[in-house]
Design a protein around this ligand. Sequence first.
Ligand SMILES: C[S@@+](CC[C@H](N)C(=O)[O-])C[C@H]1O[C@@H](n2cnc3c(N)ncnc32)[C@H](O)[C@@H]1O
Length: 237
Amino acid sequence: MQEEHPRAPSDEVLAGQAVYNRLVLAGYDQFVLGLSCRLLWRCPKRHMLDNYHRNVGARHLEFGTGTGYFLDRCRFPARRPELTLVDLNPTVLRVSAARVARYEPAVVQADVLQPLPFDEGKLKTGHYDSAGANFLLHCLPGSWQEKGAVLANAAAALRPGGRVFGSTILSSGVQVSAAARRLMAVYNARGIFHNTDDDLAGLRWQLDKRFTDIRVTVRGCVALFEATNPVPESAGH
Ligand SMILES: C[S@@+](CC[C@H](N)C(=O)[O-])C[C@H]1O[C@@H](n2cnc3c(N)ncnc32)[C@H](O)[C@@H]1O
């Protein structure tokens, strides 16, 4: 197999993660996950937590970890889950790893839009029971084809039958209130969001390319998704 070397992240990619400094992270749970989710995106955070409860496995890989709120609050199906955190922002990694320190997480600083450094020590292919990407895709620049790189990384990381899940804020194919549309425009102009072309059909298309048993639930302008990594046809025969 040809070796792929990660490129330096583009300015747009860097802008999408740079906003999460200590100050923003200190208010994130209350203002983003509390107020914005409920009042603007119209998807209270309990729906995302339910998504974790339905899908999180004992060996879990999390992309775009933020404050670690959901990892801290969710019930893992094991007392000592194996947890790996991937984010481009070192402050985010420090904050989220500290929050779930009881699970002794492994930490990987990487751009999820590029092939991840599998089999270089901390990340393994075909290994994880679940991969989470919550509120991540709308932060990433590019078309659905480019954002699909995250799902390709998840598919490579998951064991056959493993689960990918998460949520993302869409701008079309869903109901967006006038207030939500205004805030989205501000965030897109500042490079915090990159979701002006993100529609529901594109998300389904990218999931369909790689996974089976796909479930996408729309609440407000948030799409919650969950899907299974296909089991190779020969397995189990
Ligand atoms: C909106 S926050 C979501 C945090 C958390 N998953 C949640 O649901 O609250 C987006 C996260 O993705 C990370 N991120 C953004 N772009 C990234 C990239 N290209 N590669 C890896 N992480 C990225 C940010 O640093 C941040 O932690």
